[in-house]
Design a binder for this molecule. Structure first.
Ligand SMILES: O=C(O)CCC(=O)C(=O)O
Length: 300
């Protein structure tokens, strides 16, 4: 659905100016959008998962561990598909206030795509190199977005997410290296040419949400602070945008129609999309792939 058509539907929660800003810049930050009661519930279950990860020595399809993770000092990079591990995450993703945001920016028919909880641990939690999301999960059109929830206050030191305004209207970049291996990040030369002076850094108190379009170039620096930066990300598509490759982290919630109805017709955008490798046999995570850790693309 084109932005003009989406904007013609009355918004559920955003102002018209915020919707226009999203379509202009390709990202949006809503300070303190999620209130304390949700934050407390999400922190509660998240603390349980951090504890559980102490029993893990190796990354798998549930926990992505930083090198150096131990039972005594856990260092998590990601909890993959949290909606599949606890009903609170699914309740938040499917019925929480962020679904109104998705509807205001995708149109009345909204489908769940995936979730992940990126921890960016204190004292050096890994960077996320500049990339676009859509080559990880191409769809028939580009009405796909991700909504992140900052679970802690996030300032400059903590590796906030940065985005290049307007890049959703620019090229789709390569995400393979010169050996034809998928690395999930733009080539260094393309990243070096980005207008970094224009990058928008998404910061805010705990409860702040970030929204970015699937083509927006974004990334984040390492977390050099003493506080972790958990970012709970949920991604959604318009119902008429259908995935065309294997889902990187399939679970039963993928494809759930959260608002409106299933599409009768798929909409196709004429602009080609870069394809990822075939992940039908498994996928690890953006961190392992970007760091080019051995065996990263292998099935787990
Ligand atoms: O955690 C971050 O800072 C960025 C996350 C991101 O872009 C991703 O996981 O695709």
């Amino acid at each position: 659905m084109q932005p003009e058509k989406i904007l013609s539907h009355a918004p559920k929660t955003l102002t018209q100016a915020q919707r226009e800003q999203y379509f202009r810049d390709g990202y949006l930050v809503l300070e303190g959008f999620i209130k304390q009661d949700w934050l407390e519930r999400i922190w509660d279950v998240t603390n349980g998962f951090i504890d559980e990860s102490r029993g893990w020595a190796k990354s798998d399809s549930k926990f992505d561990l930083e090198p150096g993770h131990t039972a005594e000092t856990p260092r998590l990079r990601r909890l993959t598909a949290p909606v599949n591990h606890h009903e609170t995450y699914w309740e938040f993703a499917s019925q929480g206030p962020i679904v109104d945001v998705a509807e205001d920016l995708l149109g009345p028919d909204v489908v769940f795509h995936h979730s992940k909880l990126n921890f960016k641990w204190s004292g050096g939690g890994e960077e996320v190199k500049w990339h676009q999301d859509i080559p990880f999960y191409p769809h028939t059109n580009y009405s796909v977005l991700a909504i992140g929830l900052y679970m802690n206050d996030v300032d400059d030191e903590m590796g906030p997410m940065g985005a290049i305004p307007g890049s959703q209207n620019g090229p789709i970049y390569d995400h393979y290296n010169n050996k034809d291996e998928w690395v999930g990040a733009m080539p260094d030369a393309d990243a070096a040419a980005l207008p970094m002076d224009k990058a928008g850094w998404m910061k805010g108190k705990a409860g702040t949400i970030t929204v970015h379009h699937c083509r927006t170039v974004h990334g984040s620096m390492p977390n050099m602070s003493g506080r972790m930066r958990p970012l709970l990300i949920n991604a959604y598509s318009a119902a008429d945008a259908l995935p065309i490759t294997a889902h990187p982290s399939p679970c039963p919630q993928v494809g759930a129609v959260l608002r409106g109805k299933r599409a009768r017709w798929a909409e196709f955008d004429a602009e080609p999309c870069l394809l990822p490798p075939d992940w039908s046999g498994g996928y690890t995570s953006i961190f392992a792939l970007q760091q080019e850790e051995g065996d990263a693309a292998a099935a787990e």
